[in-house]
Design a protein around this ligand. Structure first.
Ligand SMILES: Cc1ncc(COP(=O)(O)O)c(C=O)c1O
Length: 365
């Protein structure tokens, strides 16, 4: 088929669409990957590959049992998905009528809400965070009746901190008769006291997204969870693929959610938080730093006028971080993930080499 035929066949909005530039798509190469908020260490895994001739269960019971226990919910309130990203997509496909219904997002925030909406030909209404990076409740109030799903990311990616609990509750209540409020808790293991999961029993329009990609160090596995009322999970189960969780994924993820697996995860979180303090203290000493954002996660966002130069220099050194400068209100902002000790040292060394290079060029001028 010629390219022009494909251009004629494809949905016109897909023709113009720009795909999500994930860390493994837009930014390649390097030998120190601090650009995708992954964990720095691998898991010790021992998995059986027996029975691959059989389709897996729609929702593998050991996996769902283990997650329900971890989240203190019932198994009927849990849907296992291919990463939290699939939860986002299935929510939009289940609740938004294509070319008719809207979602609301609060930028700067995680990019996949808008991309998934676009893929489904749903519109996205933007209600930017306030200057102190909190929810704009008066502006959100104006969206009541205009949308089906409101996405709130807390802790927020890429800014790093949680949104005020009372504001999130106000939003859930504002939309209680008209829209789902989805709280994306991809990073909640780094600040578990801020979770909304337990409120699922009190608010029928509340949905919580979770993942094993961050604190559980299983980004390559592609396993996430949607937590919500039985009614919401039942509707999503009609739309999601028939076998979303492969048998090896179910086996590995179930093991990560046993009490031993959870203890390993909790230790990893402690180590990551200690390394994060080290990175924060290092950044605070940099003369070029304009602002370091408070983090409750495994990444730190910072602002410097030298963002473009620093980003290119680090890339040349093989240290990949994420440039967030194209996000609303985040001009000159870079985000570094908290990898392992050796990766953080490599980042620090590369930043110090950058400092030398700018000192040299100013002394030569
Ligand atoms: C806020 C947020 N939500 C969801 C995801 C997607 O997670 P998963 O790897 O489970 O698809 C990410 C990944 O970076 C994220 O930052």
């Amino acid at each position: 088929m010629s390219e022009s035929l494909i251009n004629k066949l494809v949905r016109s909005d897909v023709l113009d669409m720009i795909a999500y530039q994930s860390a493994r798509r837009g930014q390649t190469g390097g030998n120190c990957w601090l650009n995708a908020n992954e964990a720095g260490g691998n898991n010790q895994l021992d998995v059986s590959l027996d029975n691959l001739n059989r389709y897996p269960d729609f929702q593998p019971s050991e996996l769902v049992n283990n997650y329900a226990k971890y989240a203190k919910l019932t198994t009927e309130q849990v849907l296992a998905t291919r990463g939290a990203d699939e939860g986002i997509e299935v929510l939009i496909r289940t609740f938004c009528t294509s070319a008719q219904d809207n979602i609301v997002i609060c930028p700067p925030t995680y990019g996949m809400y808008a991309i998934s909406a676009k893929g489904h030909n749903s519109q996205t209404s933007l209600v930017p965070l306030t200057s102190d990076l909190q929810l704009d409740i008066p502006a959100l109030t104006k969206q009541v009746g205009n949308c089906k799903v409101v996405f709130i990311c807390s802790p927020n990616n890429p800014t790093g901190d949680v949104l005020k609990r009372e504001d999130i509750i106000s939003v859930i209540e504002l939309f209680k008769d008209s829209a789902l409020v989805v709280v994306d808790e991809a990073y909640i293991e780094f600040c578990p006291q801020f979770s909304f999961a337990e409120l699922i029993n009190s608010y029928p329009n509340l949905v919580v997204l979770r993942t094993l990609s961050k604190a559980f160090a299983l980004a390559g596995l592609r396993c996430g969870f949607t937590l919500a009322s039985k009614e919401i999970i039942t509707m999503m189960s009609k739309i999601i693929a028939p076998y979303p969780i492969s048998q090896p994924v179910a086996a590995i993820a179930s093991a990560a959610l046993t009490s031993e697996g959870l203890a390993v995860m909790t230790d990893r979180v402690k180590t990551t938080i200690a390394l994060r303090s080290q990175v924060e203290q290092f950044l605070d000493k940099q003369t070029w730093l304009n602002k370091r954002f408070k983090s409750s996660t495994n990444y730190v966002l910072f602002n410097t006028e030298l963002a473009p130069q620093l980003f290119s220099f680090l890339t040349e050194q093989g240290v990949l971080i994420r440039n967030q400068s194209s996000q609303l209100s985040l001009e000159n902002c870079l985000r570094v993930s908290i990898g392992n000790e050796q990766e953080i040292q490599q980042f620090i060394d590369a930043v110090q080499a950058f400092n030398q290079s700018i000192n040299q060029s100013t002394s030569n001028n």
